[in-house]
Ligand binder design. Structure first.
Ligand code: PEP
Ligand code: MG
Length: 582
């Protein structure tokens, strides 16, 4: 396609190849609720009705906000529940509402348009404010505006008039947006923002849908109904391509299909290298859809169950009972294979609207840091996991840990929870293995100390790369600096593997690096024997393993660690990925 890119230059947009595969079809644009509103005029006699619609919507959302507030007060604490008081004070502000009513009456416009204009007015006012606290209040105003509009308009679907599956384009797609889309209605995702490790990208890969993200100016270059080629392998799209290019891509699709069929032949063969050295090849899952694929591709267990997605989708904390039902389903279906359940990793890119807005949420009051303060929430999740362990084999994994005191506190909390449950007469798996994610460099450096405190660790390279190199994993402006093959990252991985071996503790790797077949010889050569990858990557990793012997992998790792630049290592790995003959 290289030459073609120049030939049809104007119609080609380059982005980040976030999920492989090729798709062709019409495009639909996903917009936020504000962009669905047009300012429509109304007749005099409709004014009263429009005002009543707003009043009813206000009553609805007042009740919803109070319910949320009560739940958060009970589950987290009064401080966090306060955020909803700010929301209530906006909605109860007679001035705010009076202005909306006045707009309807004087400008003679529909309720939705009046709410939108009101939000825009506040945005303008707040954009001039210097005080950062006041500036952040615009988020509350927008939140309330969104709630009001959702109540007025009902749940919105994508504006998609086509019967056949489509390509979804957007400024960005959040994890929630991505999950809401039905897989059989979507050919591909394309966005202006977001990088290879964003949750939209990870979910696209999990769903087996091609995605090209981070295409600057995308939305000004396409219109609903345009025919697109999305090439998730090369990271580009072609807008309204000529017929001959469509034919060419049909052939590419055919090749991909044949390759998939060949890969499927590997499903039941065990994960092992060319010379028969076995390893564990597990799946990362975040929902029951992933679980289906993990089962279909016969994963050797679940190496990482990201539990936050159901909370994000539900926009609330699930009760212990709801969590138990979910974990039990996964554990039961995987039995007798192991399921490693990770406790909530909310914050950063996985957001539930609880904490106060932070300037640097990736480094802020999030994940385990938050749950070590709000222990009752963590305890309720641990109880749900422990109870689920009656139905199969479970391991508990704590994310975003960066210091030994945190590790010890987590172990104490888990043991206390275990005792409490037993005292209640519950029967469940004895001595559930407790482990932590190694995804912050501090813990990777202290790996030898860490191994004394835990039963196992899992290396989370997505965050380990982000924190080691100080590069936001979701920011396409710096995505070229996000280099998993950076020597510093490889040294950290080696340190953790060596520490695990010295202490007889299991070390797995569950970041996206583990699912890249080109990286397999390097990671295996570094000593890793447990991989947890997106279900869609299982067969590719299995295939890569069958091309390399243990001896050759060790040699690859040794040589790579002697090199200087990530580019040099990448080229070397590409060249080494050709089948070895023994
Ligand atoms: C990681 O950081 O590598 C990881 C597996 O966790 P997540 O992608 O959910 O942050
Ligand atoms: Mg992580």
């Amino acid at each position: 396609m290289g030459g073609r890119e120049k030939e049809f230059g104007e119609n080609v947009l380059k982005g980040i190849a976030a999920s492989p595969g090729v798709a062709m079809g019409k495009v639909c644009i996903h917009k936020d609720i504000f962009s669905h509103i047009t300012v429509l005029p109304i007749e005099d006699q409709e004014i009263g009705n429009e005002i009543r619609r707003v009043q009813r919507a206000v009553e609805d959302i007042e009740e919803a906000i109070r319910n949320d507030q009560e739940m958060i007060r009970k589950k987290i604490g009064p401080k966090e529940a306060e955020i909803f008081s700010a929301h209530l004070s906006i909605i109860e502000d007679s001035h705010y509402l009076a202005e909306i009513f006045e707009r309807i009456a004087t400008q003679k416009i529909k309720a939705e348009a009046a709410v939108l204009l009101q939000i825009r007015k506040y945005e303008e006012v707040f954009s001039k404010v210097e005080n950062p606290y006041l500036k952040d209040r615009i988020l509350d105003i927008r939140d309330i505006g969104t709630r009001l509009l959702e109540s007025l308009m009902g749940p919105l679907d994508f504006d998609c008039p086509f019967q056949e599956p489509v390509i979804i384009a957007g400024l960005e797609l959040t994890a929630k947006d991505t999950l809401r889309l039905k897989k059989d209605r979507v050919w591909a995702f394309i966005t202006e923002q977001g990088g290879k490790e964003s949750h939209a990208a990870i979910l696209a890969r999990a769903m087996g849908i091609p995605a090209v993200l981070g295409m600057e100016g995308l939305l000004s270059r396409i219109e609903k109904g345009d025919f697109l080629i999305v090439d998730g392998n090369l990271g580009l799209i072609v807008v309204n391509p000529p017929e001959e290019m469509i034919q060419e891509y049909h052939q590419v699709q055919e090749k991909i299909k044949i390759r998939r069929e060949n890969l499927h032949l590997l499903i039941s063969s065990p994960a092992a290298t060319l010379d028969g050295c076995p390893f564990k090849l597990m799946a990362n899952i975040g929902n029951l859809l992933d679980l289906e694929y993990a089962l279909r591709y016969q994963a050797d267990g679940i190496g990482l169950f990201r539990t936050e997605l159901p909370f994000i989708m539900g926009e609330r904390f699930l009760s212990e009972e709801e969590q138990f039902d979910l974990y039990r389903t996964v554990v039961e279906k995987m039995n007798p294979k192991e399921v490693t359940i990770r406790t909530l990793d909310l914050g950063g890119d996985k957001f539930l609207k609880i904490p106060h807005p932070e300037r640097n949420p990736f480094l802020g009051y999030r994940s385990t840091r938050f749950f070590l303060k709000e222990k009752s929430l963590l305890r309720s999740q641990l109880m749900a996991i422990m109870k689920a362990s009656r139905y199969g084999k479970v391991k508990i994994l704590f994310p975003m840990v960066c210091d030994m005191d945190e590790v010890r506190n987590l172990v104490i909390l888990a043991k206390e929870t275990e005792r409490e449950l037993r005292a209640r007469g519950e029967d469940f798996q004895k001595d559930i293995p407790l482990g932590v994610m190694v995804e912050v460099p501090s813990l990777a450096i202290l790996a030898h100390k860490l191994m004394k405190e835990v039963d196992f660790v899992s290396i989370g390279t997505n965050d380990l790369v982000q924190f080691t190199l100080a590069v936001d994993r979701d920011n396409d402006l710096v995505s070229h600096l996000y280099q998993p093959l950076h020597l510093s990252v490889l040294y950290l991985i080696r340190n953790v593997v060596d520490a695990g071996r010295a202490h007889g503790k299991s070390v797995s790797i569950c970041g996206e690096m583990a699912g890249n077949p080109i990286f397999f010889p390097l990671l295996f050569g570094l000593g890793l024997r447990e991989f947890s990858v997106s279900p869609m990557a299982i067969l590719e990793v299995k295939e890569a393993a069958k091309k390399v012997s243990e001896k050759k992998a060790c040699e690859v790792a040794r040589k790579a660690l002697d090199m200087d630049s990530p580019r040099e290592i990448a080229q070397f790995l590409e060249a080494s990925s050709l089948s070895e003959r023994i």
